[in-house]
Design a protein. Structure first.
Length: 386
């Protein structure tokens, strides 16, 4: 990742040096030692200079690179120590707001000073928010190897996705690199775990339904693709297509998207425009895989061609669009929304079986349901699915 300097970087470098030095002293002595308190006070002063230029401080760790003010920071000893300390504690996103006080900052110093093996739960404070990718340790060849937990990575990536979608809503340029990083993180997480597709069970449901829905669809599509043996660039493109399949909804009125009752006929007609709007937006966005354009346009067409948008001639859905329709159906029923309660897994599986061959591709649906049945002992026996 190429480095571009920015005006506040020198202040950031100073802040990183003081923060990591304070943490090192807290580990050597204790958090209330006068040397730690002095360094903590200096760290707070450095933070105020950053606030004066940036308004707040956000640090992200992406591919072992420290990102500040949306740009990579030139690496030095202090930045490397900060990156190591955050990564060691499973912190991939750190956000600090103005108003932070010395005692609150000392809490961050204390977190970074501790061995993660004895670390207590890390939770947000009044002015500090932590974006965490939970790290569990797996014994391999006599040593502990970190493994990403998919059930926790979802929430973190959803937060990043919200930022990207907000830019689209404001008619700003789509940050495809951010989408690619999210998908790459999911793929790496799947590859790091045996039978990792079973981790789709605890998908999180949050208020920001549109955002987390696309994150869920990405994970569900990757799970389907992995079971089918898909790897490499096609797997990556399937993930990107899933993340962007509903981008057209950003051009639909928020009143329609968030309506707590069923849509009326006029509203439903407007909602049905989102596949076309999404495809038009993506086809004019440089660097977007063509598969993402196709999936955005096709994902509501249905296996029996009775969906939307309607075409003047027969239009076979792409495999990625068919997988998206399956994941979309599952996630819509599994997620609680204002106008609809979430269903239990056995109910969902029964409904999806009924939809196989009409709305959904039958063989892909059976494969998907076999995956689902693998993690819930209360689901029907796999032999009864096919």
């Amino acid at each position: 990742m190429r480095h571009h300097s920015h005006p506040a970087e020198s202040y950031f470098q100073t802040w990183a040096r003081l923060l990591t030095t304070a943490a090192a002293n807290a580990a050597l002595y204790h958090p209330q030692h006068r040397q730690v308190l002095r360094l903590n006070r200096q760290t707070l002063e450095a933070l105020q200079k950053i606030f004066a230029q940036q308004g707040s401080l956000t640090v992200k760790i992406i591919d072992e690179q420290v990102i500040f003010a949306d740009q990579p920071v030139m690496n030095n000893l202090s930045v490397e120590r900060l990156q190591n300390a955050l990564t060691r504690n499973g912190i991939s996103h750190l956000h600090i707001e103005p108003g932070i006080y010395a005692e609150e900052l000392l809490g961050l110093v204390n977190i970074l000073s501790k061995n993660p093996d004895i670390q207590t739960n890390i939770s947000d404070s009044e002015h500090i928010a932590y974006g965490r990718v939970a790290i569990r340790y797996q014994q391999t060849a006599g040593r502990s190897a970190p493994v990403l937990d998919l059930s926790d990575i979802v929430g973190f990536e959803a937060d990043r996705y919200m930022d990207i979608y907000d830019r689209v809503k404001k008619k700003q340029k789509l940050e495809l690199s951010g989408i690619e990083e999210i998908v790459s993180g999911f793929i790496n997480a799947f590859n790091s775990q045996s039978e990792a597709f079973l981790a789709i069970a605890p998908l999180r449901s949050m208020d920001e339904y549109t955002y987390t829905h696309s994150t869920n669809i990405c994970m569900l599509n990757l799970a389907q693709a992995k079971v089918l043996g898909i790897e490499g660039q096609l797997l990556n493109d399937i993930g990107i297509a899933a993340m962007l399949h509903d981008v057209g909804k950003m051009f639909i009125s928020p009143e329609i998207l968030s309506k707590s009752e069923q849509l009326n006929e006029d509203e439903w007609r407007i909602m049905q425009q989102h596949p076309r709007l999404g495809a038009e937006y993506l086809i004019n966005t440089p660097g977007v895989p063509r598969l993402a354009v196709v999936t955005a346009f096709e994902h509501h067409m249905r296996y029996d061609h009775q969906g939307y948008p309607q075409t003047t001639q027969p239009w076979p859905q792409h495999l990625a669009s068919q997988m998206t329709a399956i994941s979309d159906t599952y996630d819509a029923m599994r997620t609680h929304r204002a106008y609809e309660e979430a269903l239990e897994l056995d109910q969902i599986m029964a409904i999806m079986l009924d939809l196989a061959g009409t709305k959904l591709h039958p063989q892909l649906t059976y494969s998907f349901l076999q995956v689902l049945s693998g993690f819930d002992k209360n689901t029907p026996d796999q032999n009864n699915i096919c």
